[in-house]
Design a protein around this ligand. Structure first.
Ligand code: FES
Length: 214
């Protein structure tokens, strides 16, 4: 019996069918397994091994090479704070310490409500907006302790759901086998995300204007 739910299992089989050798599908299958469980569980790894005619040890060995895969449970949101040189000079280390206090968890650990895992990262290639923060591999572009706290509040209250899905979900609009994509769904998804961003920016501008008037 499959560990994956029906839609994930079906996508996994479609992915395997795209490759001449089953094991070539291992990385996309690992992303699916991580989407299913939020991390790479023993059951998910065993299923990927069976799908690719490899062993769990092969799969674990491949997965452990990549930062994007988590072999232990993580929070719903994996928060990465960059402390590489550009971010370090712009206060990245202080921001990481602040994040640890706000989330009440150590770097590398998960908060007690299992909502957040905090990581220190190497350069996230967004140095011009240092210090740089990612949540579930999305750039959130927070730069100050105050904007970090505001972002965490938004995540807690679900105001960023359109931009930051739960950990493990790389994309929400999937390819339909091969290179075919549902273009209408992608356009709708982008429009929704843009509308949410615009509404938040408008609200922030209105709040700033109101503050200035005081
Ligand atoms: S040094 Fe932090 S994003 Fe490049």
């Amino acid at each position: 019996m499959s560990h994956f739910r029906t839609d994930i299992r079906q996508r996994a089989e479609e992915l395997v069918a795209l490759y001449p050798r089953k094991r070539s599908a291992m990385l996309p299958l690992l992303h699916l397994a991580q989407e299913h469980d939020g991390y790479l569980s023993d059951e998910g790894i065993a299923e990927v091994a069976a799908l690719t005619d490899t062993t769990p040890a092969d799969v674990r060995g491949t997965a452990s090479f990549y930062d994007m895969f988590h072999l232990e449970p993580v929070g719903q949101y994996v928060v990465g704070v960059c402390t590489n040189i550009a971010c370090l000079l712009a206060g990245g280390e202080e921001l990481l310490e602040h994040a640890s206090r706000t989330l009440d968890c150590a770097v590398g650990a998960t908060s007690s409500d299992e909502m957040f895992t905090l990581e220190e990262t190497e350069c996230l290639a967004d140095c011009n907006l240092a210090p740089c923060v990612q949540v579930n591999h999305r750039y959130v572009r927070t730069t100050t302790p105050a904007s970090f706290d505001a972002m965490i509040a938004d995540l807690r209250d679900g105001r960023l759901d359109h931009e930051v899905p739960s950990h493990g979900t790389l994309i929400r609009v999937k390819r339909q086998g091969g290179l075919r994509v549902a273009k209408d769904e992608i356009a709708a998804e982008r429009a929704q995300a843009l509308a949410a961003r615009t509404a938040r920016a408008d609200a922030a501008a209105a709040a700033a204007a109101a503050q200035e008037k005081k």
